[in-house]
Design a protein around this ligand. Sequence first.
Ligand code: APR
Ligand code: PHB
Length: 383
Amino acid sequence: MTQVGIIGAGPAGLMLSHLLHRQGIASVVLERRSRDYVERRVRAGVLEQGSTDLLASTGVGERMTREGLAHDGIKLRFAGEEHRIDFRRLTGRGITVYGQQEVIKDLIKQRLADGGEIWFDAEATGVEGIDGDHPRVAYRRKGEEASLTCEFVAGCDGSHGVARVGLEAKSYERSYPFSWLGVLAKTPPASNELIYAYHERGFALHSMRSPEISRLYLQVDADDTMDAWPTARIWDELRVRLAEPNLQTGQVIEAAITPMRSLVTEPMQCGRLFLAGDAAHIVPATGAKGMNLALADVKVLAEALTAWYRSKSRDLLDDYSDRCLRRVWRAEQFSAWMTALLHHDPAGDPFDHKLRLSYLRYIVKSDAAATTLAENYVGFEVA
Ligand code: APR
Ligand code: PHB
C-alpha cells in the first residue's frame, strides 16, 4: 500500500516521485527494466530553461549545472549555406544539452538517498479500480504476480506502456514516412552548437553529450533496419548532409533507429489514473520536446496531488489534463512543423522541396520568423 503508485522510472516517473517526496507524499515506482538498463539507455538531450529550473530548484541539478552544456542558439544548414538562430538575442533564453540518462542517474541517486522506493525489474501488467478510492497496479516481479494498492496511479510508462490501455480517451495520431538513425560516437563535437541540416538526401542533426562525445542523427526510411546502415555508410552520409569539415569519425558507442511519431491521448486522466510524459503523448524528436513535456506534466501533477493531500480538493486534479494539453499541443504543432520543414519527403514532391527552402531562407532573414522558431524551441509558456 502506498499513496501514489508510479509506473515507469523515466524522467516523468522519477521526477514525480521526487516532487511528491518533497511534499511528504509517499510513492512507489515500478520499473520493468533494471537500474543499469535505464541508466544506460540513450535518449534525448535538450533541456529547456523551465526543465533546468525545475531540476535545480528541487535539488537535483547540481551535476547538470556543472556538466550540462549551455547553448544560446542553433545552426541551420541548407543549400550550401549556414545561418545561426540566436535564441538569446531573440528570446533572452537558452537551452542546456544534458543527456536524458544523466537526468535519470541524478534522479535515481537522489531518490535512493532519500529512502525512496524504486522497484526495478517489476513490470506492471495492468491497472484496476481507477474509479474507486484504492486503485491497484498489477505487476510481475521475479516471476511472481502481485499487486500494489494505492490512492492514485501515475502512468509514466512511456510510449509502449500499459497504463493507457483501458483509459477511455481519444487518440490523435500521425506517423511519418521516415525514422531517425541515432548514433552516439566517441568523437569531439565538430561544432560548439547543434546543427540542423536540411539536405536533398535527407535531414541530419549534429548534437553532443560532452566535449568528447557526439550525438548524431540521420533521416532514414521508415522501413530501414540497421543492416542497411553499416558504420562506413553512416559516416559518409553524415559528412555529405552535415557538410561539416570538422566532423571526425570515431568509435560508435551506440546506434539505433527510432520511428517518428506524433500522438496525443485526450484526456490524460480517468478517475484516479493520471498519465504523464510519453505515456500520454509522443512528439517527433526534431523539436527536442519529449523530455521537457514529461517534466512539465509531472510538475503539474505533483502540484495537483499536493493540493489534494493538503485540502482534499480535487479542483487541480480535475484540471490536470487541460492544463497539460495546452503545452502539449503547442509542442506537438512545433515538432510537426520542424519535422515537415527539415525532412526530405521520400514521395519526392519538388514543389514542397522549394517551399521548404524558401521558408528556411525566410527564417534566416526575418526576425519575426526566426523568433517563432526560437521561442518555441526554448519553450513557449502557454499559460
Ligand atoms: N511496467 C513498468 N515499467 C514500464 C512498463 C511497465 N509495464 N512499461 C514501460 N515501463 C518503463 C520503461 O522501461 C521506461 O523506463 O517506463 C519508463 C518510461 O520512461 P520513458 O520512456 O523515458 O518516458 P517518460 O518518462 O515519459 O519520458 C519521456 O523519454 O523517450 C523519451 O523522447 C522521450 O525524452 C522523452 C522521454
Ligand atoms: C539530442 O541531442 O539527442 C537531440 C538534440 C536535438 C533534437 C533531438 C535530439 O532535436
